[in-house]
Design a protein around this ligand. Structure first.
Ligand code: UDP
Length: 249
């Protein structure tokens, strides 16, 4: 299927709305499989310097703008109608479809015990949802191959991978190379929210497009990450060619 695409920091972003994104993800389960990247400004900035990371994103079957930062940047660069597709909401939408059509789901990531509680939340919310496996995201790098194999062989059609940007994308690339017909979606810290350990910003804050600020201020560990945002915004505003192509000229 050919989807409208935009270039952001040299990465192709698919201009699809939430329902289209969920439909494409579910289509991967019937087809060749693949992974979905939910792109945020930090990832864009990292892609400028880390070509391996950029290549992993380019290998995704679907790349969606995760939040207001990427949506704002795409609009500034001339793409007027860019829907926001937050990873956490995409996971809920896909979970609801899986519950309806019987696709089994695997949850990988977050601290020990969190994925189990996230699974309990999802099963309660989406009646009939089948969770075929859960695993925390704090295993050693040397076990990556085994975990990828276990997940690929688990019988899951959809895998939610919540290990933070970078780690989750390289895991998805590896695991998807092992088996066709599995859709993997990288969703950052979403299990912590599903489990009730972290609260999403109130509706009003989200409507104002300030969820990123709320998260930065309420989770001190994220404060440092806010520092990257001005450079992202400045690049978009003053160096549009770099912000589009990931290089100047
Ligand atoms: N995490 C993990 N393994 C690691 C490092 C982090 O499973 O080695 C988890 C962490 O517990 C948290 C999520 O990955 O649940 C990262 O959350 P964050 O909000 O930082 O994600 P992002 O902002 O990248 O979407």
């Amino acid at each position: 299927m050919s989807m409208p695409k935009a270039q952001l920091f040299g990465l192709g972003v698919d201009l699809v709305d939430m329902q289209e994104a969920a439909g494409i993800a579910m289509g991967l389960v019937q087809g060749s499989g693949g992974y979905v990247v939910t792109l945020n400004p930090e990832m864009c900035m990292r892609a400028l310097e880390d070509t391996e990371f950029a290549d992993t994103i380019k290998g995704a079957a679907l790349v969606v703008p995760d939040g207001i930062g990427t949506v704002w940047a795409l609009r500034r660069l001339g793409h007027k109608d860019v829907p926001k597709v937050p990873g956490i909401e995409l996971a809920e939408t896909v979970a609801s479809r899986c519950a309806k059509d019987g696709t089994a789901v695997y949850l990988l990531g977050a601290k020990p015990g969190v994925a189990e509680r996230a699974a309990a939340y999802l099963v309660l919310k989406h009646k009939g949802l089948k969770i075929i496996g859960v695993k925390d995201g704090y295993y050693g790098k040397e076990d990556e191959g085994k975990v990828a194999r276990d997940v690929a062989d688990s019988g899951a059609g959809v895998v939610f991978v919540a290990m933070g940007a970078g780690r989750q994308e390289s895991f998805m690339q590896l695991a998807c190379s092992l088996k066709a017909g599995i859709a993997m979606i990288g969703i950052g810290g979403s299990f912590d929210v599903f489990a009730g350990d972290i609260k999403r910003a109130p509706d009003m804050v989200r409507k104002l497009g300030l969820e990123w600020l709320y998260r930065g201020l309420t989770q001190p560990s994220r404060l440092r990450r806010l520092a990257k945002l001005p450079a992202f915004a400045l690049t978009v505003l003053t160096r549009p060619s770099l912000a589009r192509n990931g290089r100047t000229g």
